[in-house]
Design a protein around this ligand. Structure first.
Ligand code: BT5
Length: 332
């Protein structure tokens, strides 16, 4: 934790109170000049800090920033968030988390950035990551599960994001196979889970989560493959990013410990109940041939189960899934 984070921590533990420069310098074991410098940095970041000659400093208002100390405070998790690292800007939180994992970071480490200069989607695609509005985070896990079960964690993450959107914003969130969360048919969140493993052993998994929270329409580039949205665009109201992140991490923590104890079945049921194409007729474009059938659930390896007219179940590992009724093309 940086001195800056610690100063915010002190303000938070003494709300509405003045803290003298001398007191802060003593508690943090830094010079008074360093305290003053950090207060100036905090002001530049948008913190309103009053300074009174005889009394010291007092926090009046804090900006909507995702700082590690703010995230950790009040986070009620067993495992996730045991270590939180935040950056004003980074290339990609997944890349950062991967580097930290390789250096031995503990399971549950959360990496958050206010902006990503090279936010990543799947297959080399880009994830738009403007500053100050959204959530970009990556969570490091070290599950002792068979390698082929790792995709289950994508569905677990999707359920945690969708339920957070439902509970905090009263949305009817929809999970879209394999890695999207939609509101009213538009993409509000994308997941990029990456794994480092040998044949039989997972070293670590990075759960990459992007959620559009306060992004406005003009911040989306032209030419997205399909409609996109944000909480703000749906409700007209800004949402508190810190509160959203903490709620999400707590839900993820709960489901991850349940998953380790009880396996995939409870998550699979939740995911299926959030999937709007369950029991619906779809077409799957597999490049060389088109399959038609009814979506009947998920396989343990994350494949979509498609029941064909003759009753046979086909496992869909990749492909465009198009609901037959609307015949609207959706990407996966
Ligand atoms: C995804 O890929 O949906 C995975 C996105 C994961 C982003 C998180 S943010 C934190 C962590 N760090 C990272 O670097 N990544 C993860 P995919 O299914 O391939 O979708 C990418 C496509 O979504 C792009 O090609 C665009 O068409 C569209 N897109 C890009 N930015 C978007 C946004 N902010 N909202 C909605 N759609 C977007």
């Amino acid at each position: 934790m940086t001195s800056r984070d610690k100063i915010i921590g002190l303000f938070r533990t003494c709300p509405n109170q003045y803290l003298s420069g001398q007191e802060i310098s003593r508690l943090l074991d830094i010079s008074r000049a360093a305290v003053w410098k950090q207060v100036e940095v905090l002001r530049e970041l948008g913190f309103e800090i009053e300074a009174k000659h005889s009394l010291g400093y007092r926090l009046l208002a804090a900006p909507d920033l995702l700082l590690a100390s703010e995230i950790e405070r009040g986070l009620n998790c067993q495992l996730i968030g045991r270590s939180v690292i935040s950056f004003p800007e980074t290339d990609s939180t997944n890349v950062r988390a991967r580097r930290l994992a390789e250096e031995g970071a503990i399971e549950g480490t959360v990496v958050v950035a206010d902006r990503q200069s090279a936010g990543r989607g799947r297959l080399g695609r880009r994830w738009e990551s403007p500053p100050g509005v959204n959530l970009y985070c990556s969570i490091l896990l070290r599950p002792q599960i068979p390698v082929q079960q790792a995709p289950q964690l994508t569905f677990l993450t999707a359920v945690a994001v969708a339920e957070t959107l439902q509970e905090l914003c009263q949305f009817s969130a929809e999970v879209k196979w394999p890695n999207d969360i939609l509101i009213n048919g538009a993409k509000i969140s994308g997941l990029l889970n990456e794994m480092n493993a040998e044949t039989e052993q997972i070293h670590f998994v990075i759960l990459g989560v992007g959620v559009n929270l306060n992004m406005t329409e003009s911040q989306f580039p032209d030419g997205l493959n399909y409609p996109a949205t944000s909480v703000f665009m749906e409700t007209g109201q800004p949402i508190d990013r810190l509160n959203f992140l903490q709620f999400f991490l707590q839900r993820l923590d709960l489901y991850y410990s349940e998953f380790l104890q009880e396996g995939f079945t409870p998550i699979r049921h939740r995911w299926e109940s959030l999937c709007h194409i369950m029991n619906k007729q779809v077409e799957v474009d597999r490049g060389n041939r088109c399959l038609r059938g009814t979506v009947v659930g998920l396989e343990a390896d994350g494949a979509l189960r498609l029941q064909q007219q003759d009753g046979q179940i086909e496992k869909i590992l990749a492909g465009d899934v198009i609901p037959v009724k609307s015949r609207k093309r959706e990407k996966n």
